[in-house]
Design a protein. Sequence first.
Length: 88
Amino acid sequence: MQHFALTLTPEGQVTLPAEARDALGIAPGEKLSLVVDDDGRATLAKQAPLHDLRSDARRARARARPSITPSDDPIGDYLLAEDARTKS
């Protein structure tokens, strides 16, 4: 773990030392995400590109789909048939 001391300017800005920028893998103009928890601790990270977030959301949605299995329940059979029909 590396520690970096930062100074806040009157305009509310800080300068990240070159070593911190290198550790985060960021370059000028890149977006960062700052998260402050309830204890006042801050975490700064490189913001993921939007297309990465979209594919993460698609993967999460695919994992969250409930699976329907055949049974002797007529409603379950209907739902299974509808699910199969809409996927093809």
